[in-house]
Design a protein. Structure first.
Length: 208
């Protein structure tokens, strides 16, 4: 049976989507669902659902379907969502401040535990549930909070320097919002989120 670390990023994205769908079904009081019903409700592919879940083991019963609660619990475990994940935010400008207030980063297993900035006028300010700290405190904050995930929300020219500082502080995963692509380093994963590219893709489909 494949372990979660062997799964491709595309498969992991789909598993996260299935998990949100299962959560919706639980809220609706649905206890069992087939791959066809799951696909029909959420505009997915039944064959792809079966293929993805087969990589994790046998969850469904032919003719009966999946136990929604059990499958959701297994996906939580395989995706590493069954434990707390403290999150640091580096760069407390408009985007970083919005991320600190974003409910999705402060519910379930994710919790923003610190915001970091090198601007003296931002240090000490309360944003959401956190108080902005100086970048000089990064190593200590990472150690004290146990954070292994960081969101990088700094200008392009500051991204490489701050990414290196995160790596040296022991951060293992970085969600990069800076408008520059960062490459993973040994022992540190990077997910680049390019908002501009997303907008340009949408603009393409709006052309005359």
């Amino acid at each position: 049976m494949a372990d979660a670390v062997d799964l491709s990023p595309l498969t992991l994205n789909r598993l996260s989507l299935y998990l949100r769908c299962l959560g919706d079904l639980e809220e609706r009081g649905v206890s069992r669902v087939s791959s066809h019903e799951l696909a029909r409700r959420y505009h997915l592919s039944a064959a792809q659902i079966r293929k993805d879940l087969a990589q994790l083991g046998e969850f469904g019963i032919r003719g009966v379907g999946y136990d929604v609660r059990h499958l959701a619990a297994r996906l939580h475990s395989r995706l590493g969502l069954d434990r707390r994940h403290p999150v640091l935010i580096v760069g407390m400008g408009n985007l970083g401040s919005a991320l600190a207030r974003y409910p999705g980063f402060n519910q379930g297993c994710f919790e923003v535990v610190a915001g970091i900035d090198n601007d003296p006028q931002k240090v000490g300010r309360k944003i959401g549930a956190i108080t902005v700290r100086s970048t000089r405190d990064l190593r200590r904050l990472a150690r004290e909070t146990g954070a292994e995930i960081a969101c990088l929300a700094v200008p392009a020219e500051a991204a490489a320097e701050n990414f290196l500082a995160l790596c040296e502080a022991g951060i293992k995963s970085v969600l990069n919002f800076a408008p520059v692509r960062l490459e993973p380093r040994r022992g540190v994963r990077v997910k680049n989120v390019d908002l501009r590219t997303g907008l340009e893709e949408l603009a393409y489909f709006l052309r005359e």
